[in-house]
Design a protein around this ligand. Structure first.
Ligand SMILES: Nc1ncnc2c1ncn2[C@@H]1O[C@H](COP(=O)(O)OP(=O)(O)O)[C@@H](O)[C@H]1O
Ligand SMILES: [Mg+2]
Length: 464
């Protein structure tokens, strides 16, 4: 994975990262808030041994002190001293608890011992630290005196007494929060990478081309306005979405220059991949270029064109196929110039049969004679055979693939169905591309050749 890919994964999955990271961070905060604050009081002890007068005596005396320091730190944290301290202060605690709160540390090659005592009360922390140190001085003098009345071999002095600590040392807010953040960041990034690895949806043109085995002829960004309006007013609209459909129009016209496809079916493997929206707006883009275009609702199960274009749905495709009315009577003018529509008509019980009938063939050849382009909407391929039947009838099929939603195996399966009926695959359209994150449209648009040169070409074809 390159750094760029890594950044893209984080950008597109920032919600996963943030939500996951929040768990350990909140955990750290909760832990910090529920911990009883502990104060630490410290004293410092100085260890010396009774040394002779000569230089070598001084030296060995010093060595002896250093050796003592190591054993003393052990004694300081022991339960014997803790019990003596408890007795001295008349504390209502047991030796184990007190001993566990005592720390004794010495720096190497020094005869100083730093003693720390933790306690929920700052005053008691100080009192215990002082009493413990005094008790230790006594204890050492007892231990180091070989026989009654003799001079002790080593002694300890409390060099620095404890004072009342100002701020608690536990909980360590900064450390807990830092740990929470570090753990959160690791978990968040890890989960984002894992989810990316497990995600088998199609998110970019490379994956689409690899699975579909055909070129990508259009990149349609996710557009809130399009989601509610369903159609673009090409004469006034210069949005990125309008440009995307103009580019798709250009690509279609250049697919087979000598014999350009005129009867085109738009299909997809699953529902809600943007088929109907693509049908309407390819048709409008072609109509903008002064072509006479008809859209046909070949989705006889969940027809949408009538609704999307504000038309009457009572008569249409199925009416003609059942011989209910001639073609001219059911074609409807739309509010857009150069665009005619044939809605689905009443939903028939046997759509696949009707679509494969001779009546359907005849209707398509009539439409071909009347219009420059016939753009046909269809049902999803994985649900029913309708889409494949229509695609076989047409000059070619365009497959709509919803970015980040259509799964690789779904697309492969759908494409397989088109290949089974020998339909000509014109190309794939990546729809509803996110405008932010790794599948970002702006990134794709510039990266995949939405250059000014292409626009010029597009314009010349628009006026031809
Ligand atoms: N480019 C787009 N940006 C935003 N929403 C879209 C886009 N294309 C389609 N939609 C919305 O997605 C939903 C499904 O689109 P539709 O064209 O009806 O898909 P299909 O015909 O494949 O079922 C509709 O609500 C539509 O408005
Ligand atoms: Mg549809």
């Amino acid at each position: 994975m390159t750094l760029q890919q890594f950044i893209n994964v984080l950008r597109s999955r920032w919600i996963t990262v943030c939500v996951t990271a929040l768990v350990p961070i909140l955990g750290a905060v909760a832990y910090t808030l529920t911990q009883t604050p502990l104060y630490q009081a410290s004293t410092r002890l100085f260890v010396s041994t009774t040394a002779g007068k000569s230089v070598s005596d001084l030296y060995s005396g010093n060595r002896l002190s250093l050796d003592r320091v190591v054993s003393y730190t052990q004694l300081l944290t022991g339960e014997t001293l803790a019990q003596r301290t408890i007795d001295r202060l008349d504390l209502n605690m047991n030796a184990q608890t007190v001993a566990a709160r005592v720390t004794a540390k010495s720096k190497p090659n020094t005869v100083l011992i730093d003693v720390g005592v933790l306690d929920p009360s700052p005053v008691q922390a100080r009192d215990i630290a002082n009493a413990l140190s005094d008790e230790f001085v006594t204890m050492v003098s007892e231990l180091e005196t070989p026989s009654r009345g003799a001079t002790p071999e080593a002694r300890v002095v409390v060099e620095q007494r404890a004072s009342i600590p100002g701020a608690p040392v536990v909980p360590n807010k900064k450390r807990n929060l830092a740990l929470g953040i570090a753990l959160g960041a690791m978990l968040g990034v890890g989960l984002a990478l894992l989810r990316d690895k497990l995600d088998n949806t199609i998110k970019n043109p490379e994956a689409l081309e690899e699975v579909a085995g055909t070129g990508v002829v259009g990149y349609i960004p996710f557009d809130k306005k399009l989601a509610t309006d369903h159609s673009i007013s090409f004469d006034t609209d210069n949005s990125a979405t309008a440009e995307a459909f103009r580019k798709l129009r250009t690509n279609l016209q250049f697919l087979a220059v000598d014999n350009p496809p005129r009867l085109i079916v738009v299909t997809s493997s699953s529902p809600s991949e943007g088929k109907s929206t693509t049908v309407i707006n390819i048709a409008l883009a072609l109509a903008e270029a002064e072509h006479n275009v008809v859209v046909v609702d070949g989705d006889l199960r969940r027809p949408r064109l009538g609704k999307y274009l504000d038309l009457v749905g009572s008569v249409g495709f199925s009416t003609i196929l059942s011989g209910g009315a001639p073609l001219d009577d059911v074609l409807q003018k739309t509010k857009f110039s150069n665009l005619t529509a044939l809605t689905s008509g009443p939903i028939p019980p046997n759509p696949s049969e009707l679509l494969g009938s001779l009546a359907a063939k005849k209707m398509f050849s009539d439409l071909r004679a009347k219009f420059d382009y016939v753009i046909v909407d269809s049902s999803p391929l994985l649900a029913v055979t309708d889409g494949a039947i229509l695609a076989a009838e047409a000059d070619g099929a365009i497959v709509a693939v919803r970015a980040g939603k259509t799964k690789r195996d779904q697309l492969a399966h759908g494409i397989g169905m088109l290949r089974d009926v020998d339909a000509k695959l014109l190309g794939a359209v990546l729809t509803m591309l996110p405008t932010r994150g790794s599948g970002s449209y702006s990134y794709n648009y510039y990266y995949y050749g939405g250059s000014y040169g292409d626009d010029k070409r597009d314009e010349s074809s628009a006026t031809s």
